[in-house]
Design a protein around this ligand. Structure first.
Ligand code: AQP
Length: 333
């Protein structure tokens, strides 16, 4: 049986290696399996939970679509659309926010991390964002959600919301409880400057991440400057304990080459980091340059990108508005 896939990416600029290895690479494999029905959403409503420049947001929406296409997602096989144009998402999010409990949301670690010390000043949207994410997924009866490891907790919340709604309204199996699809070996790409922090778009320092549009010189210089430790390259998996930067860099190499972590460790065992970094840069350049070239080319074809979004929105709207109609009946509107 094929899977019903749904996942989203925020158009907040600087799509990076973490987004690619944690999510988009997986999207492409799922899209390539003809048995699956895939929906990939540019989650622009999520993006505005933090301040966005309207002009840049418009460009970032197109750039996210361009990245999907350049990475290998086929718009003939998968629905690609932006969330704000399918109003069912906001509507379902409101209804589901009456099912979700504040205690559940208060436990979300991503809110705590993103809001930082000044929680009082964070937007209400940033706090309730996981409910909108649940609506995104549940509207399409999604069975599987490919995400990075950082989204696991939000997906558990989505399952809790689905189950509570079904129970409260006595509608067995109305909302399906989706399974997360998380890369097994290397599910969280860390910052190049600090191996204990997630590689992220919003991190101020551009040196902390490899952007998918970085050119050869930038990739090489960022890897050269990436933080390591004074020890030689590890000789076993155990050697990686308490060495977050080494673990991250070798994980990136393993994920890009498709070779197991053990094999990569043996390949570089005892060598020095500079030798390994040369090989890592080479692999990154080989994998990312074709994607980056294609993104740049697609960005000059605005009408084509807009057309893909328009077609995707029409298809998504049909499915989502039909589900919202049923929700209205269940709730008693
Ligand atoms: N560092 C990462 N490692 C693995 N997966 C990651 N993802 C993000 N960062 C990493 C996965 O990419 C998908 C899209 O993420 P998103 O853009 O919707 O939002 P995010 O998780 O908030 O990503 P960022 O880069 O950290 O953005 P900012 O800085 O704006 O918060 C998701 O599946 C995510 O798991």
């Amino acid at each position: 049986m094929g899977k019903k896939i749904f996942s989203g990416v925020q158009p907040t600029g600087n799509l990076h290696l973490g987004n690619y290895l944690g999510a988009i690479k997986n999207f492409v494999e799922l899209n390539n399996d003809d048995k699956n029905n895939c929906i990939f959403c540019v989650v622009d409503l999520h993006a505005i939970t933090t301040k966005q420049n309207p002009k840049e947001l418009k460009n970032n929406i197109r750039e996210t679509v361009a990245t999907f296409l350049a990475s290998g997602i086929d718009p003939k096989k998968s629905i690609i659309f932006n969330q704000s144009k399918v109003t069912a998402h906001s509507e379902a999010a409101w209804i589901l926010s009456c099912t979700a409990r504040t205690g559940w949301l208060s436990r979300m670690t991503q809110f705590k991390e993103k809001a930082g010390k000044d929680k009082e000043k964070a937007s209400v949207g940033l706090y309730s964002y996981p409910v909108l994410m649940a609506a995104d997924i549940l509207l399409y009866d999604s069975t599987h959600v490919p995400v990075g490891d950082d989204q696991k907790q939000h997906l558990e919340l989505c399952r809790d919301i689905a189950q509570k709604f079904n129970k409260d309204f006595e509608v067995d199996d109305f909302f399906k409880t989706p399974e997360p699809l998380i890369q097994r070996e290397f599910s969280r790409v860390m910052s190049l400057k600090d191996g204990t922090k997630k590689m992220s778009k919003s991190e101020l320092s551009d040196q902390s991440r490899i952007n998918l549009t970085d050119d050869i010189d930038l990739i090489t210089s960022k890897i050269k400057k990436a933080k390591t430790d004074p020890l030689p390259m590890p000789s076993s998996k155990e050697d990686l304990n308490n060495r977050p930067e080494a673990k991250n860099l070798i994980g990136i190499y393993s994920s890009l080459t498709g070779s197991s972590l053990e094999k990569c460790i043996i390949e570089f065992s005892g060598k020095n980091f500079s030798e390994f970094k040369n090989d890592l840069s080479q692999v990154l350049v080989e994998k990312l340059t074709p994607i980056s070239k294609e993104i740049k080319k697609l960005l000059s074809e605005k009408n084509y990108l807009d057309e893909i979004l328009k077609n995707g929105c029409e298809k998504a709207d049909k499915i989502a508005s039909n589900k919202v109609k049923k929700i209205h009946e269940i709730v008693g509107f």
